[in-house]
Design a protein around this ligand. Structure first.
Ligand code: XMP
Length: 504
């Protein structure tokens, strides 16, 4: 169990522990279940607060400290000092960034196999000046003599550096020493075990009811569908809507792939309705609203054709569920997912979310364990409103066709040249800008398109991809020669922030 004090790194602790194949959950520091036999250990996260602040988060560790193994990280370690009679004050020396653990007690089980002098990552404004009695100092850096401690006679440790960040070279080893060595957890949290456990609990939860699920073609909803298919087979009806804003041939290719996977899937071609609803609308937020509303309408209509439905399944994942802001109250905001907020209420259905405990990379691994084909598993993210937000200005069938043709050339070029998997997301954007060109003996006055390719891990920040000039030249040539109405291709070299990935 990880108690969250609001650190930007709390989710990272959970990911590292899960990478060790040990299951963990994050709870707000002031609202967590009393540890029963299932909790093998507790990690206290860092925090933007100082323990000396009047409003600093103070957890009640009565049922935990001294009863189950406990590891305080950064603020967690400072809290274990401050609250039990030690002293924590603002640091005088530099305690941000890389440091070396010059002294380590290698006999301490937290540091088994850790190399003396190993690099750690510090990030705190306060530092521990004096520990309470009975605290053994087990690690020091040049600037921080009280970098790590163990409480004598207790399974309690504190470290002022962050083992969860990449810059702490042997951080995973330390976390492994804690969760596997000290807490005695086995490396049992694997994609296969998740599948087995989830399928079993889905069977129990759903019984003989029927479930509907909206497939988007993306990884999350597809993996959710496969899991449910394993659990309840054809009592799951998946609905894949063609909103007319998908890529070239995407609807039929993805629908085929779903059928090959054995899913009971209903394809709904509603493209004309969506495109008609968007006619003359150029404001991006209005476009999103129209598409979102239309989706609910179409999905609701189609789902009603299925008899006796009791459940709506969604591909919600862990980052959508938790927000590392427990200091502001537990999970204040839960993001609406895939632009279908409001569906369960409208349809009076119970919600089932088989992926709500998984991080994105875990979803991919579960998909792999379920035998999902690479063509779905490795797909770039694609926005719910699709090509509508890649046509700057109003959307028309002619513009959609132009954009689809250009996009097809770019995406298949990336695939052919081995760049597709190296790029996080790629797109073509059609601009409402015309410029002068010359083709043969004729002067042209046609549209410009933008190629966009970015590297990212979560879409929150992104850098433009440094694709080779020769490749870009080839794509530009192909687009201008083959796509009617386009006479200029530009490459977007903006990063996010301050730009965004999409243009609208
Ligand atoms: P931005 O443009 O905000 O995009 O940098 C970040 C990621 O979110 C996707 N995106 C959306 N996805 N509905 C979605 O489902 C939307 O309205 C939407 N807008 C942006 C975008 O494709 C990128 O992956």
């Amino acid at each position: 169990m990880i108690l969250d004090f609001g650190s930007q790194y709390t989710q990272l602790i959970a990911r590292r522990v899960r990478e060790l194949n040990v299951y963990c959950e994050i709870y707000p520091f002031d609202s967590f279940p009393a540890p029963d036999g299932t909790v093998k250990g507790v990690i206290l996260s860092g925090s933007p607060w100082s323990v000396r602040d009047a409003k600093a988060p103070f957890p009640d560790l009565k049922g935990i400290k001294g009863r189950v193994p406990l590891l305080g990280v950064c603020y967690g370690a400072q809290y274990l000092t401050h609250a039990y009679g030690g002293e924590v004050l603002p640091s005088k020396t530099r305690e941000y960034g890389r440091a070396k653990l010059v002294k380590i007690d290698t006999a301490d089980p937290l540091f088994t196999g850790v190399t003396p002098g190993t690099q750690v990552w510090m990030s705190h404004g306060d530092t521990i000046i004096r520990t309470p009695d009975g605290y053994n100092i087990t690690g020091s850096t040049e600037d921080v003599s009280l970098a790590a401690f163990h409480i004598t006679g207790e399974q309690t440790w504190g470290i002022q550096f962050h083992p969860e960040v990449y810059h702490t070279t042997e951080g995973t080893k330390m976390l492994g020493n804690f969760v596997r060595g000290i807490c005695g957890c086995h490396a049992e949290w694997t994609p296969e075990s998740f599948v087995e456990m989830t399928v079993r609990s889905l069977k129990e939860q759903i019984g003989n009811d029927r479930v509907v699920l909206g497939l988007s073609g993306g990884v999350d909803s597809s993996v959710a569908a496969l899991l449910l298919d394993r659990a309840i087979g054809d009592r799951l009806t998946s609905i894949f809507v063609d909103n007319g804003l998908l890529r070239k041939n995407e609807y039929s290719a993805v629908l085929d792939a779903y059928r090959r996977m054995g899913l009971n899937v209903l394809g709904v071609d509603a493209s004309a309705e969506f495109v008609e609803g968007l006619r003359g609308v150029d404001d991006p937020e209005k476009k999103r609203k129209i598409i979102g509303r239309k989706f609910i309408e179409v999905f609701d209509r189609e789902a009603h054709r299925v008899q006796n439905v009791k459940w709506l399944a969604q591909g919600t994942i862990y980052p959508d569920v938790i927000e590392s802001v427990s200091v502001n109250g537990p999970s204040a905001t839960i993001k609406s997912h895939h632009n279908v907020g409001g569906l369960p209420e409208k349809m009076h259905l119970k919600v089932v979310e088989p992926l709500r405990l998984l991080f994105k990379d875990e979803v991919r691994r579960v998909g792999q364990a379920l035998g999902m084909p690479g063509e779905i598993l490795g797909r770039h993210p694609f926005p719910g409103p699709g090509l509508a937000i890649r046509i700057v200005g109003d959307v028309t069938p002619a513009k959609l066709e132009t954009l689809r043709d250009a996009d097809e050339i770019f995406i298949s070029g990336l695939k052919k040249n081995g760049f597709y998997d190296k790029v996080w997301q790629a797109a073509v954007i059609l601009l409402p800008v015309q410029s002068v060109g010359v083709m043969g003996d004729e002067r042209t006055y046609e549209n410009a398109v933008v190629l966009r390719a970015v590297s990212s891990t979560d879409g929150m920040t992104a850098d433009w991809s440094h694709l080779p000039h020769e490749f870009l030249a080839e794509i530009s040539n192909q687009i201008i020669n083959r796509v009617k109405g386009v006479n200029r291709v530009v490459y977007d070299i903006s990063s996010k922030p301050p730009s965004t990935i999409e243009w609208e």
